[in-house]
Design a protein around this ligand. Sequence first.
Ligand code: FAD
Length: 292
Amino acid sequence: MKPAPFQFIAPDTLEEALEALETYGSDAKLLAGGQSLIPAMNFRLTQPAVLIDLNRIASLSYITEDPDGLQIGAMTRQRAVERSARVAERLPLLHEAMPHIAHVQIRNRGTIGGSLAHADPAAELPVIALALDARLHIRSRTGRRTVAAADFFQFMFSTDLGPGEILEEIEFPALPERTGWAFEEFARRKGDYALAGVAAWIRLDDGNVIHSARLVYLNLGVGPVRAVEAETALAGQTPSPDVFRNAGVSAAAEVEPLGNVHATPEYQRHLAAVLTERALARAAARLNGNPA
Ligand code: FAD
């Protein structure tokens, strides 16, 4: 199908985009990479009267760094994030997750900001944002505000973004020293949305005991979900296969998969347990200098 008719505006600056958003209000939609919005328009699931194209706004596409971490402009292409040496070095968990997003052609157009604003519970980037405690900088005509990833994702396809607001930048803190990390997911075919996935990290104290841990899941709830009880239980433990297996069992009980045509909720819980154990084992192996 083709989309319903719409007016097309392509501003050159963020200020012009914000002005257009204010003028057209809920009749308007922002266009980033179009990899989620255009299919939805073609299916007539959404019929914006006005499309405000962000693609000419060069100032929204960048990757910069400081001692605390990286700042990524919302219009930075997913492929640019994937190929960035800075991301690979400073945010290896993000780097590891990127190739799991769709296919390379989609990542060539799709943007980091578009994926986060779209907030698909099956998407990789919201999970990474929550796992790394990213901070999202949001612009409107009245100023700039910052929201923690934990508060940004509110429900399926629903975020803290309000009318007249544009996601401008995502700030990722680098993981502290003595932290091992891994991303694991299971999809029926390469490039498909995964049936389940997890971003995990564990941080060790000086005695090689787990100081803290993070487990965040995709497609196992209405948004990116943490297994807080499993995380808490990991703290104070010495890394071992048994500890990681127990964490998987605990996480599988905590997540709330909805099931779909490809997987029952029971199967998704099974995946949560297996993927958690696998991710934690790889995170621990990295701490031992073995990244395989
Ligand atoms: P768009 O489609 O342009 O926009 C998406 C939404 O976000 C729209 O509502 C738009 O108004 C809003 N928006 C965009 N930018 C901003 C902004 N800066 N501020 C405020 N609102 C904004 N994704 C995955 O994560 N994993 C997958 O496995 C996966 N598989 C895919 C397979 C196929 C076949 C396709 C077509 C897509 C797939 N995707 C997948 C989606 C892809 O990652 C999209 O790129 C992403 O969801 C949206 O990014 P975009 O830049 O294309 O945004």
